[in-house]
Design a protein around this ligand. Structure first.
Ligand SMILES: [Zn+2]
Length: 486
């Protein structure tokens, strides 16, 4: 017991700027997000504090999906092998990553889902009959399994992760493409506006799209080390899925047509990695107010004589805070106040209210603000203002993250400039020949000689290319973003 206390009391022993990778490991452990001692490569345990944050993230995400007419479903975690074979590029893309279950004599060979297109679409062919059944927009909350052979990293790259997947069907390609834009908007509303993680909506190059898609849009967020991390991606699927699974509808004239499909996959567990990395500091986690399991922690400051009275008053204040709709809690344990401050700062709780003799006498509480580390005074009668303070808290986190992303994007005109920018852990914005197949040679050059990737073009804003491709010198067709990634 005392050993564990001792450990958390030490706090973080590295600075985020100096050694991000070690900082990340420590903050997951000491901030009580994960435990990595399960003993199977790529599989981790998410602890209560991490799980409660994830729950809140799911809630906000699902609210947004439902607001935009998606309905929830739950599908089995196993998918028969024959389903995978119905779309050839999909099976080619995913087979190396699939966990197969041992085959039982006389039954189909089964896979643990690496993603659920081939599970959903089997049922879609039964459920969709006429144009009246469209659009069909369903999603599930699920854990999925991928046999990662690369190095795994908790919440960033694992063999199991927690995500949402939406699978939508439409009568026309235009409607499906509008859904891709709506998916980008959902990412914007939730991941950026609520969790404070800005991103570049990148239409991926042809050679980097989802297996079975016409095109893919990935949301690239930036990590403190300058690397990009792909967050939710959305795909306009080719009709090969609809053909393979026989998903057809009768249009107004009674003519049978295959549906157009999209799929969208935000992984709250991976977004949590961005939330932790983007907002945290050298004292530990900083959790956005809107998803923090405890938004206000109340610390009573007492001695033997006044303990009961102070706790009683703190409870009254707790009730008052709760009545404004805020999640608050009292830490009335026997630890020293300083120790409690430290622990709740490490866990990233946005606000701390200190309640002691002096505060009660003046009817004014000491308010500590986690991100700015300011101590303010708040009148007991002004407790309802905490809600507004919470909104301001999230706005500050978001603004800081936006400023960081913006400062990392640099226009480059030569190969040499790209090289230098990548070395400086930034993102290069360059004129490029094409993200269709004819541009792949230039992308290979970037990978080999500069050790970076062509991430794509903005999918929600047209940027006009000028001059020549910075790599091959042919006329530039696109403005692409070049960076390193997780
Ligand atoms: Zn080129």
């Amino acid at each position: 017991m005392s050993k564990k206390n001792k450990k958390s009391e030490e706090g973080l022993t590295v600075k985020k700027k100096e050694n991000f990778s070690e900082w990340y490991s420590q903050v997951l452990d000491k901030g009580e997000i994960t435990d990595l001692r399960y003993g199977v490569k790529g599989f981790i345990v998410i602890r209560p504090w991490g799980a409660m944050i994830l729950e809140n993230m799911y809630k906000l995400y699902e609210e947004e999906l439902q607001k935009r007419n998606h309905k929830p479903v739950f599908f089995p975690a196993v998918i028969p092998e024959k389903n995978f074979q119905k779309e050839t590029s999909h099976i080619k893309g995913f087979t190396p990553e699939v966990f197969w279950l041992e085959k039982v004599q006389g039954e189909d060979k089964l896979a643990l889902r690496p993603t659920s297109e081939t599970a959903f679409y089997q049922m879609y062919s039964l459920w969709i009959r006429s144009h009246n059944d469209l659009p069909l927009k369903l999603y599930q909350r699920a854990n999925i399994f991928r046999y990662e052979t690369k190095a795994t990293r908790p919440l960033i790259r694992g063999r199991e992760f927690y995500w949402l997947e939406a699978h939508d069907c439409f009568a026309t390609q235009e409607k499906a493409e509008a859904q891709v834009q709506e998916d980008i908007q959902i990412t914007e509303e939730v991941m950026h506006q609520k969790f404070g993680i800005p991103f570049l909506a990148m239409k991926r190059p042809e050679w980097d799209k989802f297996p079975g898609a016409i095109y893919t849009v990935g949301s690239d967020a930036i990590m403190p080390d300058g690397k990009l991390i792909q967050q939710p991606s959305t795909h306009l699927l080719s009709r090969n899925f609809a053909e393979g699974f026989n998903i057809k509808f009768k249009d107004e004239n009674g003519k049978e047509e295959h549906v157009w499909q999209t799929c969208y996959g935000p992984a709250p567990s991976r977004i949590l990695a961005s939330v932790i990395s983007t907002h945290g500091d050298d004292k530990g986690l900083i959790i956005p107010f809107c998803i923090s399991p405890v938004q206000v922690i109340i610390i009573p400051i007492f001695n033997k004589e006044n303990k009961n009275r102070i706790i009683k008053e703190a409870e009254k204040i707790n009730e008052k805070v709760k009545s404004t709709g805020i999640k608050s809690q009292i830490d009335a344990s026997e630890k020293r106040p300083g120790e409690k401050y430290h622990e709740w700062e490490l866990r990233g709780v946005p606000f701390r209210l200190e309640v002691g003799e002096k505060e009660l006498k003046n009817k004014k509480l000491t308010l500590f603000v986690r991100d700015t580390k300011e101590k303010k005074v708040i009148g007991i009668k002004d407790i309802s203002k905490l809600k507004k303070y919470g909104e301001d808290f999230d706005k500050r986190l978001k603004a800081k993250a936006e400023k960081f992303l913006k400062s990392r994007i640099i226009n480059c005109k030569t190969k040499q400039e790209i090289k230098e920018i990548i070395k400086k852990k930034k993102i290069a914005r360059v004129n490029f020949c094409s993200i269709e197949n004819q541009g792949e040679k230039c992308a290979e050059y970037v990978e080999k000689e500069i050790n970076a990737e062509i991430r794509g073009i903005l999918a929600n804003k047209k940027e006009k290319a000028t001059g020549k491709c910075v790599i091959c010198g042919k006329p530039a067709g696109e403005v692409v973003y070049v960076g390193k990634s997780y």
